[in-house]
Design a binder for this molecule. Structure first.
Ligand SMILES: Cc1cc2nc3c(=O)[nH]c(=O)nc-3n(C[C@H](O)[C@H](O)[C@H](O)COP(=O)(O)OP(=O)(O)OC[C@H]3O[C@@H](n4cnc5c(N)ncnc54)[C@H](O)[C@@H]3O)c2cc1C
Length: 484
């Protein structure tokens, strides 16, 4: 019997557990089916000594609280700081990201099409778009849509963009400023500074998972149950049963497992159709290539590269050895590439030949010169990788989330809340923190409920949204969280 039971030891579950401790509530338990904490933000070291994340993870943040927690977990010296150097590989060349600001790098005929499309939408703006496909056409014109955005977005999301909505985008996708595009063209200037993650930090050692290992290590060991999979959630009895038959009863359940799995484990079959219709997702396959030698001059300073074309299965590759020299066994002898491939019912993947297909893709796109340079391959599949913002998502969530809350079950996190726009590590961790604040103090959540507001600014702690009258809490919370 426990007051708070938390399902899942990813950033959301750990954020919740830590906040309960900060609030002086020791009566909690945290279960995870995995062998280590971190969930999708965990890291692995392969037998050859290469460290891998589940896809390229970088730290950026919308919250002072999250920043302070990161400094506390790894120490200020535990980080390497990077300037984003992101590119698109297209037509046998690198085009700096964001693509639309750097179309001057395209061959002449593509450049003409892209420019013409931008001029067209400036002259005659399109109607307010309803689907992601219409949005791409309305904001970028048919040239950029056909040359880059439509093929790339199908590759990354694994769904046709007409099945996706538009409400999720907020600040996430750079829109076009024709004046800036023309100025870059006239001055032959690369324009790379846009966006929320143009600088980022990365753990000096251990990969991204080091953050969450350090977070878990600060919590009481006896409250954390790893290798413990929940196989049944009994809403009426307030009980979770695990594979070995143990029953954990609770007052409140914070669930960070995929919402569809919560529906299944709790036997709420009447919700299944709504969830299937509204909650789309794709799987993420990660293939790591551990290499001998060093990256060539083209790759030496790059962080990640997007691949919209059909000459390779991956949509993105991270030069992972550039994030930290300790991601490889010996930086004087090795480097590494981490490749991401999406899969869904609309975009099947041949899993048996995936590693070979990725290697061939790396050769086709000149990431790799010689397959004999490969000294290690690593493969990981996250069945739930990206929570796709489908057209019916918000309607489904408006029914499903309150349904469980009437039973004191609070579904939060990347796949608990299913909102891609607030599903990075900072958002997920803060969803865990905020649900505890809501349950313990009555403070309203903002991340799960108001993504646009969250993503529009950096937030102090306590949030401005919470009453000024709460000022006395500030000192206590900041010192308890190690924040300054
Ligand atoms: C390819 C990729 C790239 C990404 N890049 C970035 C990035 O650059 N920056 C960034 O900030 N974020 C990035 N993310 C997102 C980041 O990984 C997530 O924000 C974060 O891991 C979500 O945390 P969570 O706790 O909500 O969910 P998860 O990490 O999914 O944790 C859920 C936990 O629940 C456990 N679980 C599931 N079912 C059960 C069960 N039945 N019983 C017990 N336990 C169960 C799982 O084992 C897991 O540990 C990326 C994600 C992916 C897939």
């Amino acid at each position: 019997m426990t007051r708070f039971l938390i399902l899942g030891a990813g950033p959301t579950g750990l954020g919740a557990a830590r906040q309960l401790e900060i609030r002086g509530c020791r009566d909690w338990a945290l279960l995870d089916s995995g062998a280590q904490p971190g969930g999708l933000a965990a890291s692995f070291t392969d037998p050859q000594g290469f460290t891998w994340d589940i896809g390229g993870h970088v730290q950026f943040s919308h919250y002072d609280y999250f920043d302070a927690a990161m400094d506390e977990f790894l120490g200020e010296d535990g980080w390497l700081h990077h300037q984003r150097a992101a590119y698109v590989w297209l037509r046998e060349r690198f085009i700096p990201y964001p693509f639309q600001n750097n179309i001057r790098r395209l061959p002449d005929d593509d450049l003409d099409r892209c420019l013409q499309g931008l001029v067209d939408i400036t002259r005659s703006p399109r109607a307010e778009p309803r689907t992601f496909r219409d949005w791409i056409h309305a904001k970028f014109g048919p040239g950029i849509a056909d040359v880059f955005l439509l093929p790339y977005n199908f590759k990354v999301w694994a769904y046709p963009p007409e099945r996706m909505g538009v409400g999720w985008m907020g600040e996430r996708v750079a829109v076009t400023d024709l004046g800036r595009v023309l100025s870059n063209l006239v001055h032959a200037r690369d324009d790379v500074s846009w966006g929320p993650n143009n600088t980022f930090r990365f753990p000096r050692q251990g990969g991204t998972g080091e953050i969450w290992r350090a977070c878990a290590a600060r919590l009481p060991r006896s409250n954390i149950f790893l290798n413990t999979e929940a196989v049944e959630v009994d809403l009426a009895q307030r009980m979770v049963r695990t594979t070995d038959g143990t029953a954990f009863t609770y007052d409140r359940l914070i669930s960070t497992i995929p919402l569809k799995e919560l529906i299944r484990l709790s036997g709420q079959g009447q919700l299944k159709a709504k969830a299937e219709q509204g909650l789309l997702h794709s799987s993420s396959h990660i293939v790591g290539l551990g290499l001998r030698g060093a990256p060539g001059p083209e790759l030496a300073g790059k962080c990640w590269i997007y691949f919209p074309e059909n000459n390779c299965p991956f949509y993105r590759v991270t030069v992972f050895s550039n994030y930290s020299p300790r991601n490889v066994p010996d930086i004087t002898k090795n480097w590494s590439l981490m490749c991401e491939v999406s899969e869904s019912s609309c975009k099947p993947v041949n899993r048996a030949s995936l590693v070979e297909d990725v290697i061939q893709g790396a050769l086709n796109t000149r990431l790799l010169e010689d397959r004999d340079d490969i000294v290690s391959t690593w493969q990981y599949t996250a069945e739930y990788g990206y929570p796709t913002p489908g057209l019916d998502r918000d309607e489904a969530l408006a029914e499903l989330i309150p349904y469980f809350e009437q039973y004191d079950v609070f579904s939060r996190g990347r796949f608990g809340m299913w909102k891609y726009e607030v599903s990075n590590q900072d958002h997920s961790f803060m969803q865990g923190v905020e649900i505890v604040e809501r349950l313990v103090t009555g403070r309203p959540e903002i991340t799960a409920t108001d993504p646009d507001r969250v993503n529009a600014a950096k937030h102090p702690w306590p949030y401005d949204e919470w009453a000024e009258a709460e000022a006395p809490c500030r000192e206590t919370l900041m010192s308890a969280s190690g924040a300054t």
